[in-house]
Design a protein around this ligand. Structure first.
Ligand code: NDP
Length: 500
């Protein structure tokens, strides 16, 4: 059977796909087979400018639309997303290599939830300002005003979820958006644009451009862009934030992590192993909040490893549409090579002890998948803080076990990193869990669980892992600016320039 190919992708603005203005093409690859899944036309400078102009034209009317009317439109998009869940999940599986068991239950669902949340929030007072009496004759009132045309730049790991986490609060608050998906996973963007259109989002409110970093850079430096919301690596985030700062633009930066998972001495070992596996192998380790530094009490280490080795067989690679498959390939050839080089470095240079896995494909992969970017779930143990595999974000299925002797030592070591995206603890004594989690330097933390990020929960990194938050009530604030108005009702204007 010939591999499935999607129709060509062109920039989408003014409410439709715009087949002119391409600056060349590239192929998007199905990472499970290494085969092309579609041709993407790179947006030329001219078509990027037109996409921005289309957003500028749509802004006055969309921003003036009462929030409750915007809500009705966005709720229709939520319904369409849920109705088309499986169709969209198949596209995400094709583009990212994630198993359908995952994309059909997480990627679209968590995106639609956030759109529903922000749509509801703006129609139920989320955009209300405050008013107060300053003195008997004067009042102050404030309003939350949309920013204008915003740029969103996505990473490749959660394509449609990232597009929705950015566009939901952006559009709900009355802004317009130009979105650039990652060149590695661009297929979802046109589906999302079509869903917004079908739901009744006016032409020009949501636009898409395609290409690599230079297309993103043109967006971030464009004078008509009021805000840049970025998800990606720390190094790219610094460039993007620098460029945006030059134009005094608002930014939200969702960047990388090297998050600690601290297993406390009283933890249920079985539960802690389940948590650590979730925090390292879900989405083949390609999750920004992964808990890749697993701190385990030295006295518990042998049992932790024994249980982990017993459970590793439940990580099942294979046909991505088999409901039993829960582990896919890495999302691109370049990323596959990067992850393999980290695994080799861990074994050969860091000299970490490899408990399982290694730089090879999982056993029993069907012949048809052997050209894909598959790697075994890999665990290193007896790791030390100075190892490269412990210090750097690998973004693959590579767990490092770090034995510790005292909780104070574990906390100190957990915080010895420039990154601060996520952290978590496992333990039976909830007071102790709270005490320890309170000391961990990260913006997203969990107790006795890992990874859940519901629409209601604001998430964002500390230290080098980012600026600002997405989701939750605070997430809306990132898409509005404050306007304060003082009204004097005393009947005379106070002035120092009165006649003596
Ligand atoms: P990258 O930083 O490589 O790319 C992110 C996006 O930025 C891509 O669309 C990329 O284009 C674009 N880009 C590259 N250079 C520039 C530039 N100079 N100006 C503007 N845009 C540019 O990240 P990855 O795609 O590799 O994503 C993985 C990273 O994302 C990991 O570090 C992960 O931790 C992080 N991440 C963070 C999350 C969070 O919420 N904190 C969530 C998910 C991921 P292209 O790639 O198309 O060339």
């Amino acid at each position: 059977m010939a591999p499935h190919r999607e129709e060509d992708r062109h920039a989408f603005y003014a409410g439709k796909s715009q087949p002119s203005g391409s600056a060349g093409t590239f192929e998007t690859i199905d990472p499970s087979t290494g085969q092309s899944a579609g041709t993407i036309h790179i947006s030329s400078a001219g078509s990027i400018d037109k996409a921005i102009q289309s957003a500028q034209s749509a802004f006055p009317s969309w921003s003036a639309t009462p929030p409750i009317e915007r809500t009705r439109i966005l709720q229709r998009a939520v319904a369409l997303l849920r109705e088309k869940n499986d169709e969209l999940a198949k596209i995400e599986t094709l583009d990212t290599g994630k198993p359908f068991s995952e994309t059909s239950t997480v990627d679209i669902v968590t995106g639609a939830d956030v759109l529903e949340y922000f749509a509801n929030l703006v129609s139920s007072g989320g955009l209300n300002g405050e008013s107060f009496r300053l003195r008997p004759t004067a009042w102050v009132y404030t309003s939350k005003e949309p920013l204008g045309v915003c740029a969103a730049i996505g990473a490749w790991n959660y394509p449609i979820q990232i597009a929705l986490w950015k566009s939901a609060p952006c559009l709900a608050a009355g802004n317009c958006m130009v979105y650039k998906p990652s060149e590695f996973t661009p297929l979802h963007a046109q589906y999302l644009a079509s869903i917004y259109k079908e739901a009744g989002v006016p032409d020009g409110v949501f636009n898409v451009v395609y290409g690599a970093g230079d297309v993103g850079a043109r967006l971030t430096s464009h004078p008509a862009i009021a805000k840049v919301s970025f998800t990606g690596q720390v190094s790219t985030g610094k460039k993007v934030a620098g460029s945006a700062a030059g134009g005094m633009k608002y930014v939200t930066m969702e960047l990388g992590g090297k998050s600690p998972l601290v297993v406390l001495p009283d933890a249920d070992v079985d539960q802690a192993v389940d948590g650590a596996m979730l925090a390292n192998f879900f989405s083949t380790g390609q999750v920004c909040t992964n808990g890749t530094r697993v701190f385990v009490p030295r006295s518990m280490k042998a049992e932790f490893e024994r249980i982990l080795l017993g459970k590793i067989q439940y990580v099942r690679a294979g046909d991505l549409h088999d409901p039993a498959t829960n582990f896919g390939p890495l999302s691109s050839k370049a990323h596959y090579e990067k992850v393999l080089s980290y695994i080799r470095h861990g074994a050969d240079v860091d000299k970490a002890k490899m408990l399982c896995g290694g730089p090879r494909q999982p056993a029993n992969l069907p012949q048809s998948l052997k050209q894909g970017y598959w790697v075994e779930p890999t665990v290193f143990t007896d790791c030390t803080d100075d190892m490269k595999i412990v210090k750097e974000e690998i973004f693959g299925p590579v767990m490092s076990i770090l034995p510790y002797d005292t909780v104070e030592e574990a906390v100190k070591r957990a915080n010895t990193t420039e990154l601060g995206l996520a952290a978590g603890v496992f333990g039976k004594d909830v007071n102790e869990c709270h005490r320890v989690v309170g000391q961990l330097e990260a913006g997203i933390t969990w107790v006795n669980t890992w990874g859940e990020s519901p629409a209601e929960m604001a998430v964002g990194g500390w230290k080098q892992s980012g600026l600002g938050v997405e989701n939750g009530r605070r997430g809306l604030e990132a898409w509005v600016r404050n306007k304060s108005t003082l009204v004097e009702m005393g009947g005379s204007v106070p002035t120092v320039f009165s006649k003596l």
